[in-house]
Design a protein around this ligand. Structure first.
Ligand SMILES: C[S@@+](CC[C@H](N)C(=O)[O-])C[C@H]1O[C@@H](n2cnc3c(N)ncnc32)[C@H](O)[C@@H]1O
Length: 277
């Protein structure tokens, strides 16, 4: 879309969102408008606005099209950073980072402003999302489409750190085991991962008592619902108990910590460390 049309679209949306402010606090609104105009004029001098992913790709990963898409990515990245900090670690100190299940870049795009994007790679099964990122953000180390099942294209021990937000929340059990094994292969010995799951905070989503009982007995439940437009049929909703993670995930990694509601104050975050030998 031409720059002029993009600017116009942004201006209209901006004005709609602050119309209530206009009515109540006219002076603030004028300042806001001035600030907006200044940003736009600087971006016009650079002759480009940062590209934003198409609406349908955003909905595919976030379930909605809304202004805070990138802010949420950034905030959830800082949730991950806080989890690492509790162990004396920081994502900023890792040189090779993978976003496993990166979608259209809700995390990668804001992260590219926070650290050198050449440290960052992303992979996803969603060809459209990866293609869009490849065409619009050439700054990343690499962006790949992976198959539904492992392996990925990465060599053993490629990454210091892999994060995966809202992926293990959707896969059937056998696929989860296969991917945990693959992630343990591509994270270097002693490297780390943060992977999110639907923990206790989300169990109330299971309305049938029989489903909840199965989850509590087995520690894992894969709930087949309507799926997600644009994603394969296996992409459903999975739930994990902490006990299951401690029992099953330790086959592949040391489980360093499980943070209830650790990411986005919603999903549990599992911090894992790859064994050294
Ligand atoms: C809820 S979205 C989250 C995307 C991104 N992590 C975010 O938070 O914006 C789940 C993503 O997992 C991807 N996905 C599902 N199965 C996958 C697999 N086996 N390997 C890689 N990505 C997968 C989907 O294509 C989708 O982009």
């Amino acid at each position: 879309m031409a720059l002029k049309a993009q600017v116009e679209r942004l201006r209209v949306r901006f004005k709609q969102r602050v119309s209530w402010l206009l009515k109540r606090r006219l002076k603030d609104m004028c300042d806001y408008d001035a600030e907006f105009g200044q940003y736009i004029s600087l971006l016009q001098l650079k002759e480009k606005l940062p590209p934003i992913p198409p609406k349908e790709l955003q909905i595919r990963v976030a379930g909605a099209y809304y202004p805070e898409f990138f802010k949420h990515g950034r905030d959830m990245f800082y949730d991950i950073e806080n989890i690492l900090k509790k162990q004396g670690l920081s994502a900023f100190n890792f040189d090779h980072i993978l976003d496993f299940g990166c979608g259209c870049g809700r995390f990668l795009i804001p992260l590219s402003y926070l650290m050198p994007p050449g440290k960052l790679s992303g992979t996803d099964i969603d060809e459209q999302a990866i293609q869009w990122l490849q065409e619009n953000y050439r700054c990343f180390h690499n962006l790949n489409v992976n198959g539904f099942a492992p392996p990925t294209k990465y060599a053993d021990g490629t990454f210091d750190f892999v994060y995966s937000i809202s992926i293990f929340t959707h896969l059937p059990e056998e696929m989860q085991h296969a991917w945990l094994k693959e992630l343990a292969r591509i994270i270097r010995p002693g490297g780390y991962g943060v992977f999110t799951v639907h923990g206790e905070n989300c169990f109330h989503h299971l309305v049938r008592k029989t489903d909840r009982n199965e989850l509590l007995e087995k520690g894992f439940f894969y709930d087949k619902g309507r799926g997600t437009d644009g994603l394969p049929e296996f992409y459903q909703t999975a739930f994990h108990t902490e006990e299951y993670i401690q029992r099953e995930w330790t086959r592949y990694f040391e489980v360093v910590a499980i943070h209830a509601k650790g990411v986005g104050n919603h999903q549990d975050a599992v911090l894992v460390r790859n064994r050294v030998s």
